[in-house]
Design a protein around this ligand. Sequence first.
Ligand code: ADE
Ligand code: ZN
Ligand code: ZN
Length: 306
Amino acid sequence: MTPRSATPAATTLPARRTRYLTRVAAFACAAVLTLCAPLADAWGPEGHAIVADIAQQHLDPAAAAQVRTLLGVEGLQRLDQISSWADGNRKERPHTGSWHYVDIPLHANSYVPARDCARNNCVIAQISHFAQVLADRSAAPAARLEALKWVVHFVGDVHQPLHAEDDDDKGGNTVQVQFFGRGSNLHAVWDGGVLRHALGLVPGPNYSFDHAAVQAAAMRLDEAISPADRTAWSAIGGLPALYHQTVSWAGESHTLARDVAYAHLDGRNQAGWSQRYQDLAWPVTRTRLQQGGVRLAAVLNELLGG
Ligand code: ADE
Ligand code: ZN
Ligand code: ZN
């Protein structure tokens, strides 16, 4: 039998007051933990940089020249320098928050635009939108550079499994977990926890990270892509086909979220779970970064090629 606490009538006033204060404190702590847990909204900056670095390696000469010209508008050189811009300006553009993901219900069978992307406020619609601006050679260079920033970022985001699902938990943001001894949440584990652990990366303040270490990791991931995978992942088709491709990439993410990310949460507060989960999640994360990079290059080659 579960031991019961004493009835209120049997307790003294100071004891009741202490219990009340304890409850208030517990509630406040829980609220603070929930509110202050990092509300992760994208691959961390390292993940986006890896996708951008892999893509940079595989631009056609014509696309590379256009990318160089557009980046040059702001004196920049490489795609990884713009890959997290979309996260950096979230406070000034609150309406763009939902552009980073698509909330396909975790147990739904497929993407339903009217349900999952109302008023085009999701990553699938926004990739198509900004791809059109980027491809428009008559648009102002500054507008095309901004479109490039969104496309580079969102092609990464749509490959993050938890950016294509929702289980009434903000894509896993409200699922608290202990990951390698630190309080985190399921979404943050997939945004950055798993890849940082696998690659030995330590994040710095304000989205900063060790560019050299991340670039080296990206090159290792790129070299490990088989020729057959690279060919399969590079098949994009024209602009209209890009929409169907992004739906398909979101579908892959959704399946991985359901079958991997959410399917192995049992025992998540017990010793040993983090390593078991890491061993399942890293191969998936690794492939998604590789696919994101190869597909981003294919998209840019398609939109900016000669
Ligand atoms: N907020 C609500 N759903 C989300 C998702 N799938 N990814 C990131 N943030 C979200
Ligand atoms: Zn994002
Ligand atoms: Zn995220």
